[in-house]
Design a protein around this ligand. Structure first.
Ligand code: SF4
Ligand code: SF4
Length: 85
């Protein structure tokens, strides 16, 4: 069974709520459905365990309202490596 992203990484997402204008770009770009908009139309982290710290949300937020800490691989986890073809 596949392990969740947080088995391998300790990534953290910080949203600067005051800067978020609720455009929803980050929620659309995140393939792992980590982010959503709350009732105030502010981005919130709904599923932190699925974040792989890819940085798409951070890189495309027009208001630079997202910070993603780059993960350090957990020492107790073996990160799968894609086979070289
Ligand atoms: S892309 Fe930035 S401004 Fe737009 S909803 Fe996400 S955090 Fe807010
Ligand atoms: S860093 Fe990547 S996986 Fe994590 S919330 Fe942003 S887009 Fe989603």
């Amino acid at each position: 069974m596949a392990k969740p992203a947080n088995y391998f990484y300790d990534s953290k997402i910080h949203i600067i709520t005051q800067w978020c204008k609720g455009c929803g770009i980050c929620t659309l770009l995140c393939k792992n459905n980590v982010l959503t908009l709350d009732s105030r139309k502010k981005a919130v982290v709904a599923n932190p365990a699925a974040c792989t710290a890819c940085g798409h949300c951070e890189n495309h937020c027009p208001d630079i309202a997202i910070r993603v800490s780059r993960p350090a691989a957990k020492s107790n986890a073996r990160i799968p490596v894609a086979p070289v073809s």
